[in-house]
Design a binder for this molecule. Structure first.
Ligand code: 6PG
Length: 241
Protein backbone atom coordinates (compact mmCIF):
# COMPACT_ATOMS: atom_id res chain seq x y z
CA UNK A 1 0.00 0.00 0.00
CA UNK A 2 1.30 3.49 -0.74
CA UNK A 3 0.96 5.74 2.28
CA UNK A 4 -1.38 7.33 3.21
CA UNK A 5 -4.10 5.43 1.37
CA UNK A 6 -7.13 6.51 -0.66
CA UNK A 7 -9.38 9.35 0.45
CA UNK A 8 -13.03 9.10 -0.53
CA UNK A 9 -15.40 11.97 0.27
CA UNK A 10 -19.08 11.14 0.65
CA UNK A 11 -22.08 13.31 1.41
CA UNK A 12 -22.81 14.07 5.05
CA UNK A 13 -25.49 12.59 7.27
CA UNK A 14 -27.76 9.96 5.71
CA UNK A 15 -25.78 10.08 2.46
CA UNK A 16 -22.61 9.15 4.31
CA UNK A 17 -24.29 6.28 6.14
CA UNK A 18 -25.77 4.89 2.94
CA UNK A 19 -22.48 5.20 1.05
CA UNK A 20 -20.52 3.51 3.83
CA UNK A 21 -23.04 0.71 4.20
CA UNK A 22 -23.16 0.11 0.44
CA UNK A 23 -19.35 0.07 0.14
CA UNK A 24 -18.97 -2.29 3.12
CA UNK A 25 -21.49 -4.69 1.62
CA UNK A 26 -19.59 -4.67 -1.69
CA UNK A 27 -16.25 -5.12 0.09
CA UNK A 28 -17.56 -8.15 1.98
CA UNK A 29 -18.76 -9.82 -1.23
CA UNK A 30 -15.43 -9.00 -2.89
CA UNK A 31 -13.52 -10.54 0.02
CA UNK A 32 -15.72 -13.64 -0.14
CA UNK A 33 -15.07 -13.93 -3.89
CA UNK A 34 -11.30 -13.50 -3.44
CA UNK A 35 -11.07 -16.41 -0.99
CA UNK A 36 -13.74 -18.92 -2.04
CA UNK A 37 -14.68 -21.44 0.62
CA UNK A 38 -12.71 -19.67 3.35
CA UNK A 39 -13.91 -17.72 6.37
CA UNK A 40 -13.91 -13.93 5.98
CA UNK A 41 -12.67 -12.20 9.11
CA UNK A 42 -13.86 -8.68 9.90
CA UNK A 43 -12.97 -6.48 12.87
CA UNK A 44 -15.18 -3.52 13.68
CA UNK A 45 -14.57 -0.53 15.92
CA UNK A 46 -16.82 1.03 18.47
CA UNK A 47 -17.73 4.65 19.02
CA UNK A 48 -20.68 6.42 17.43
CA UNK A 49 -19.78 6.62 13.74
CA UNK A 50 -20.28 2.93 12.91
CA UNK A 51 -23.68 2.52 14.62
CA UNK A 52 -26.01 3.98 11.95
CA UNK A 53 -23.90 2.23 9.33
CA UNK A 54 -24.29 -1.11 11.11
CA UNK A 55 -28.03 -0.52 11.36
CA UNK A 56 -28.17 0.16 7.62
CA UNK A 57 -26.41 -3.15 6.96
CA UNK A 58 -29.58 -4.92 8.18
CA UNK A 59 -31.12 -4.03 4.80
CA UNK A 60 -28.11 -4.98 2.69
CA UNK A 61 -27.18 -8.26 1.02
CA UNK A 62 -24.28 -9.62 3.12
CA UNK A 63 -22.57 -13.05 2.85
CA UNK A 64 -23.45 -13.69 6.49
CA UNK A 65 -22.58 -17.38 6.42
CA UNK A 66 -18.99 -16.65 5.39
CA UNK A 67 -18.14 -13.91 7.89
CA UNK A 68 -16.70 -14.06 11.41
CA UNK A 69 -17.13 -10.69 13.12
CA UNK A 70 -14.62 -9.56 15.73
CA UNK A 71 -14.00 -6.25 17.50
CA UNK A 72 -11.03 -3.92 17.07
CA UNK A 73 -11.42 -2.86 20.66
CA UNK A 74 -13.85 -2.96 23.53
CA UNK A 75 -14.60 -1.16 26.71
CA UNK A 76 -14.27 -3.72 29.49
CA UNK A 77 -17.86 -3.41 30.68
CA UNK A 78 -20.91 -5.73 30.54
CA UNK A 79 -22.35 -5.97 27.03
CA UNK A 80 -25.62 -4.52 28.40
CA UNK A 81 -23.72 -1.36 29.29
CA UNK A 82 -24.37 1.46 26.74
CA UNK A 83 -20.58 1.90 26.46
CA UNK A 84 -20.06 -1.65 25.20
CA UNK A 85 -18.98 -1.78 21.55
CA UNK A 86 -20.18 -5.36 21.16
CA UNK A 87 -23.44 -4.58 22.94
CA UNK A 88 -24.06 -1.54 20.75
CA UNK A 89 -23.24 -3.47 17.56
CA UNK A 90 -25.56 -6.28 18.63
CA UNK A 91 -28.37 -3.81 19.31
CA UNK A 92 -27.71 -1.97 16.00
CA UNK A 93 -27.27 -4.99 13.75
CA UNK A 94 -26.49 -8.49 14.93
CA UNK A 95 -29.64 -9.18 16.95
CA UNK A 96 -31.64 -8.26 13.84
CA UNK A 97 -30.09 -10.82 11.51
CA UNK A 98 -30.39 -14.60 11.66
CA UNK A 99 -27.00 -16.11 11.09
CA UNK A 100 -24.33 -13.65 12.13
CA UNK A 101 -21.20 -15.27 13.53
CA UNK A 102 -19.96 -12.81 16.14
CA UNK A 103 -16.99 -13.09 18.49
CA UNK A 104 -17.37 -10.32 21.08
CA UNK A 105 -14.71 -9.58 23.65
CA UNK A 106 -15.39 -11.28 27.00
CA UNK A 107 -17.23 -9.33 29.69
CA UNK A 108 -15.78 -8.60 33.13
CA UNK A 109 -16.72 -11.05 35.88
CA UNK A 110 -15.57 -12.11 39.31
CA UNK A 111 -13.23 -14.60 37.63
CA UNK A 112 -12.23 -12.62 34.56
CA UNK A 113 -10.02 -9.59 35.00
CA UNK A 114 -8.76 -7.29 32.23
CA UNK A 115 -5.44 -9.05 31.62
CA UNK A 116 -7.10 -12.48 31.46
CA UNK A 117 -9.79 -11.13 29.14
CA UNK A 118 -7.09 -9.87 26.77
CA UNK A 119 -5.49 -13.32 26.74
CA UNK A 120 -8.88 -15.00 26.17
CA UNK A 121 -9.70 -12.73 23.26
CA UNK A 122 -6.26 -13.13 21.76
CA UNK A 123 -6.71 -16.92 21.90
CA UNK A 124 -10.10 -16.59 20.18
CA UNK A 125 -8.54 -14.58 17.36
CA UNK A 126 -5.54 -16.91 16.98
CA UNK A 127 -7.89 -19.89 17.01
CA UNK A 128 -9.99 -18.45 14.19
CA UNK A 129 -7.31 -16.73 12.09
CA UNK A 130 -4.16 -18.66 12.98
CA UNK A 131 -0.82 -17.29 14.11
CA UNK A 132 0.02 -13.81 12.75
CA UNK A 133 -3.69 -13.09 12.16
CA UNK A 134 -4.66 -11.17 9.01
CA UNK A 135 -8.13 -9.68 8.94
CA UNK A 136 -9.87 -9.31 5.58
CA UNK A 137 -11.49 -6.03 6.59
CA UNK A 138 -10.88 -3.76 9.55
CA UNK A 139 -13.22 -0.83 10.17
CA UNK A 140 -11.58 1.90 12.22
CA UNK A 141 -12.57 5.25 13.60
CA UNK A 142 -10.31 8.12 14.59
CA UNK A 143 -10.58 10.24 17.69
CA UNK A 144 -10.20 14.01 17.91
CA UNK A 145 -6.79 13.29 19.47
CA UNK A 146 -5.78 11.02 16.60
CA UNK A 147 -6.32 7.78 18.47
CA UNK A 148 -7.62 4.71 16.69
CA UNK A 149 -8.83 1.45 18.16
CA UNK A 150 -7.95 1.97 21.83
CA UNK A 151 -4.41 3.06 20.99
CA UNK A 152 -4.05 6.52 22.46
CA UNK A 153 -1.34 9.15 21.98
CA UNK A 154 1.78 8.55 24.05
CA UNK A 155 0.41 5.44 25.78
CA UNK A 156 2.46 2.24 26.14
CA UNK A 157 0.12 -0.06 24.20
CA UNK A 158 1.11 1.79 21.01
CA UNK A 159 4.53 0.14 21.01
CA UNK A 160 3.33 -3.40 21.63
CA UNK A 161 4.58 -5.58 18.78
CA UNK A 162 4.40 -9.17 20.01
CA UNK A 163 0.85 -9.49 21.30
CA UNK A 164 -2.39 -9.47 19.25
CA UNK A 165 -4.68 -8.12 21.97
CA UNK A 166 -3.57 -6.03 24.94
CA UNK A 167 -5.34 -4.65 27.98
CA UNK A 168 -5.59 -0.87 28.25
CA UNK A 169 -5.98 0.02 31.94
CA UNK A 170 -8.36 2.81 32.92
CA UNK A 171 -6.60 6.14 32.35
CA UNK A 172 -7.52 9.80 31.83
CA UNK A 173 -11.12 9.24 32.83
CA UNK A 174 -11.57 6.28 30.46
CA UNK A 175 -12.86 2.86 31.42
CA UNK A 176 -10.50 -0.09 31.06
CA UNK A 177 -10.37 -1.45 27.52
CA UNK A 178 -9.06 -4.20 25.26
CA UNK A 179 -7.53 -3.42 21.88
CA UNK A 180 -5.92 -4.99 18.84
CA UNK A 181 -2.31 -3.92 18.57
CA UNK A 182 -0.65 -1.90 15.82
CA UNK A 183 0.94 -4.88 14.01
CA UNK A 184 -2.47 -6.57 13.70
CA UNK A 185 -4.08 -3.38 12.40
CA UNK A 186 -1.22 -2.92 9.94
CA UNK A 187 -1.49 -6.46 8.61
CA UNK A 188 -5.13 -6.31 7.50
CA UNK A 189 -5.83 -6.95 3.82
CA UNK A 190 -8.14 -3.93 3.71
CA UNK A 191 -8.66 -1.18 6.28
CA UNK A 192 -11.31 1.50 6.17
CA UNK A 193 -11.34 4.54 8.38
CA UNK A 194 -14.84 5.93 8.83
CA UNK A 195 -14.98 9.57 9.97
CA UNK A 196 -17.45 12.42 9.84
CA UNK A 197 -17.38 15.97 11.05
CA UNK A 198 -15.12 18.97 11.37
CA UNK A 199 -13.31 17.69 14.47
CA UNK A 200 -11.84 14.81 12.51
CA UNK A 201 -10.29 17.03 9.82
CA UNK A 202 -7.14 17.85 11.81
CA UNK A 203 -6.41 14.34 13.10
CA UNK A 204 -7.03 12.84 9.66
CA UNK A 205 -4.61 15.35 8.14
CA UNK A 206 -1.97 14.40 10.71
CA UNK A 207 -2.66 10.69 10.32
CA UNK A 208 -2.22 10.94 6.53
CA UNK A 209 0.91 13.10 6.64
CA UNK A 210 3.79 11.95 4.47
CA UNK A 211 6.36 10.59 4.65
CA UNK A 212 5.28 7.76 6.94
CA UNK A 213 6.89 8.15 10.34
CA UNK A 214 6.39 7.41 14.04
CA UNK A 215 2.83 7.39 15.27
CA UNK A 216 3.12 8.03 18.98
CA UNK A 217 1.49 11.46 18.76
CA UNK A 218 -1.16 10.46 16.21
CA UNK A 219 -1.80 6.72 16.54
CA UNK A 220 -3.93 6.59 13.36
CA UNK A 221 -0.71 7.41 11.48
CA UNK A 222 0.23 3.76 12.02
CA UNK A 223 -1.92 3.11 8.94
CA UNK A 224 0.76 4.74 6.81
CA UNK A 225 2.74 1.57 7.52
CA UNK A 226 -0.15 -0.75 6.64
CA UNK A 227 0.60 -3.68 4.35
CA UNK A 228 -2.87 -3.78 2.83
CA UNK A 229 -5.14 -1.22 1.21
CA UNK A 230 -6.30 1.71 3.33
CA UNK A 231 -9.39 3.74 2.46
CA UNK A 232 -10.44 6.85 4.35
CA UNK A 233 -14.18 7.38 3.90
CA UNK A 234 -15.01 10.88 5.14
CA UNK A 235 -17.69 13.48 4.72
CA UNK A 236 -16.89 16.98 3.43
CA UNK A 237 -16.48 18.38 6.95
CA UNK A 238 -13.84 15.80 7.82
CA UNK A 239 -11.93 16.19 4.58
CA UNK A 240 -8.36 17.24 5.44
CA UNK A 241 -7.01 20.46 3.89
C1 6PG B 1 -13.93 3.17 20.74
C2 6PG B 1 -13.47 3.14 19.30
C3 6PG B 1 -12.65 4.36 19.00
C4 6PG B 1 -13.49 5.15 18.03
C5 6PG B 1 -13.03 6.58 17.95
C6 6PG B 1 -13.99 7.41 17.09
O1 6PG B 1 -14.17 2.10 21.31
O2 6PG B 1 -14.14 4.29 21.22
O3 6PG B 1 -13.01 2.02 18.83
O4 6PG B 1 -11.38 4.11 18.49
O5 6PG B 1 -13.40 4.53 16.74
O6 6PG B 1 -13.00 7.11 19.26
O7 6PG B 1 -15.24 7.41 17.75
P1 6PG B 1 -16.51 8.13 17.09
O8 6PG B 1 -16.89 7.31 15.89
O9 6PG B 1 -17.56 8.10 18.18
O10 6PG B 1 -16.08 9.53 16.72
Amino acid sequence: MSAPGTLLVAESGEGYVSAASHLISRELWAAAARRPGERIHVAISGGNTPLPILSDLRTRAIPWDRIDWFWVDERFVPHADPRSNAGNARRALFEHVQNAHVFPCPEPSATLDLETAAKVYEEAILGALGEAPVFDLVLLGIGDDGHTASLFPGEPELSETSRVVVPVPARNGREPRLTLTAPVLQSARTTWVLAQGEKKRGPIGRARATPAGPWSETPAHLLSHARGDVLWLVDAAARPA
